[in-house]
Structure formats: structure tokens, C-alpha cells
Write a protein that binds this ligand. Structure first.
Ligand SMILES: Nc1nc2c(ncn2[C@@H]2O[C@H](COP(=O)(O)OP(=O)(O)OP(=O)(O)O)[C@@H](O)[C@H]2O)c(=O)[nH]1
Length: 255
């Protein structure tokens, strides 16, 4: 059984900050957001976790292996180096969507994202070391089949982007509704999905659904591990097997 530890990272009072005392230059906001994401990703990634940029002002992380002390250090380090601060909500569970909902509720109960007095909150609980297992995280790494030949080398860069985004939008909605999973675009033609205990047939169903709905063809590798890196690394190896064998779904673990 999976037991995913999810952390919601929220920039405190960011909306008001972007327009105080007057609107700030957009390029500066984009630079701040991408540097902050890079730093959070490096901090969490060095400890075996994954962070997804999602909306940049709210980022979602899989943090199995990080304890509350690690979370506090992330807040302190970001607060020392950026003009904004971070609040963190943490929750765990067999269903990653439910874990994210619980993490979100904890932050919402601590105060609004635009409450001046809610700063550097850390709410929630992590998985005790003694309860961690080698199957806690299940990650699926989806990729558009031959995106280079079908899109990148054929269409202009914006029309390629539209095709890839269509595939992502359909996959993310379907995985959320039908399979209780969280999907994140990670660049190129790749989508990483944080899953509960799904099986080969679930992934085949999702790929068929996306193909029928928006005519985008996907392949997927799936891995498990004690943290996001281990599960995601297994998924990448399984995806290489898809590429080598021409298969659509590869699991790197026994069902
Ligand atoms: N984040 C991330 N991006 C990747 C990864 N592998 C490839 N990409 C991105 O995906 C783009 C397309 O690469 P591929 O997926 O290998 O190319 P493809 O033409 O779809 O070929 P096949 O996947 O073999 O069908 C690259 O330019 C990268 O931007 C990965 O593991 N992680």
C-alpha cells in the first residue's frame, strides 16, 4: 500500500506583494518564481523528494523522507534569501489526492493565503521513520510517443505546445477523476503522476482515454520506492523499456 507524504508550499501574502506599493515588473516576478522553484526543488530533491511548480505561488511536493526539521530549514533558508516567505502544509495517506487535500486544509485553517499575519506556518505531520516502507510512493512517468517526429519537427513551436498541453490537460483531469492521482507537466512532452496503488490495466485505460479524447498517444513507465526519487527513477527505467520494446505500459515492480 502506498503512503504518500505531500507538502503544499505556499508563498505568503504573495498577491498583495506583487502590487505593493505598485505593480512590480513582470520579468522580475517570473525570475523570482523560477529561482524560488529551483531552490525548493534542489532542497527537496537532495533529500529524495520531488517538487512540482504547478502555479509557482503554490507548489506541490512529494516529501517522503523529509521530517519537520527539514521543512523548517527550508522555510528559514528561503526566508533568509528571498523577499517572500513560505508556509507549508504536510499530510500523508494512501490516496495522494486526499493527502494533498488534508495538507491544503491545514494551511487554510491557519489563515488565508493573503492574510498578512499568516507567515511561515508549518502545519501537519510526517510519516514516522519506523513506519516507512519500500512501497510508499508510486510514480508514473508519461511521455508523448515520438513527440519530436510528430510535433517538434513538424509544427511551429506554439502549435506543438498546444498539442502537448491538450494531452496533459486530458490526462491530468482523467487521472484525478478516475484514478485519484496527481499529474504534473515537467517540461518537453513529459508528465509525472503521483499515484495510489494502480495496476497495469489502469494505465492502459488512461492512455486509451487520452488517445480517444484528444488524439495524443502516450507511453508510461511506473515505479515504486520509499521516496519520490526512487519511485521516479524506477519509472524512468520502465519508460526506457517502453521505448526499446515498443510497449505502452511498463511497471518496474511485481503487481
Ligand atoms: N522532465 C523531463 N523531460 C524529459 C525527460 N525525457 C525527455 N524529456 C523532454 O521531452 C522532450 C522530448 O524527448 P523524448 O520524449 O525523448 O522524445 P520523443 O520524440 O517523444 O521520443 P520517444 O519518447 O522515444 O517517443 C525532450 O526535449 C525533453 O524536453 C525526462 O525524463 N524528464
Amino acid at each position: 500500500m502506498t503512503n504518500t507524504q505531500v507538502t503544499l508550499v505556499q508563498i505568503d501574502n504573495y498577491g498583495p506583494w506583487t502590487v505593493t506599493p505598485e505593480p512590480r515588473r513582470e520579468a522580475d516576478l517570473q525570475t523570482l518564481q523560477s529561482r524560488l522553484y529551483a531552490d525548493v526543488s534542489q532542497f527537496v530533491g537532495n533529500r529524495g523528494g520531488y517538487v512540482f511548480f504547478t502555479r509557482f505561488d503554490n507548489m506541490i511536493a512529494v516529501t517522503n523522507g523529509l521530517d519537520l526539521e527539514d521543512h523548517r530549514l527550508l522555510q528559514e533558508s528561503a526566508g533568509n534569501r528571498y523577499p517572500v516567505t513560505l508556509s507549508l502544509g504536510v499530510a500523508t495517506g494512501t490516496d495522494p489526492v486526499q493527502a494533498l487535500s488534508d495538507a491544503t486544509t491545514r494551511l487554510q485553517e491557519a489563515g488565508s493565503a493573503q492574510d498578512e499575519d499568516r507567515r511561515e506556518c508549518l502545519e501537519g505531520r510526517v510519516i514516522e521513520d519506523a513506519h516507512r516502507t519500500a512501497d510508499d510512493v508510486q510514480i508514473a512517468h508519461f511521455d508523448v510517443i515520438n513527440a519530436t517526429g510528430n510535433y517538434t519537427d513538424e509544427l511551429n513551436a506554439f502549435d506543438t505546445f498546444i498539442e502537448i498541453e491538450q494531452g496533459y490537460a486530458e490526462l491530468m483531469r482523467h487521472m484525478r477523476r478516475a484514478h485519484d492521482s496527481l499529474s504534473f507537466f515537467v517540461g518537453g512532452d513529459n508528465v509525472i503522476v503521483v499515484c495510489p496503488d494502480l495496476e497495469q490495466a489502469d494505465y492502459e485505460e488512461a492512455i486509451t482515454h487520452v488517445e480517444e479524447a484528444v488524439d495524443v498517444s502516450l507511453q508510461v513507465g511506473v515505479g515504486r520506492g520509499e521516496n519520490a526519487h526512487d519511485a521516479g527513477f524506477g519509472a524512468k527505467h520502465a519508460l526506457e523499456t517502453c521505448r526499446a520494446d515498443g510497449t505502452r505500459v511498463e511497471l518496474e515492480f511485481e503487481q
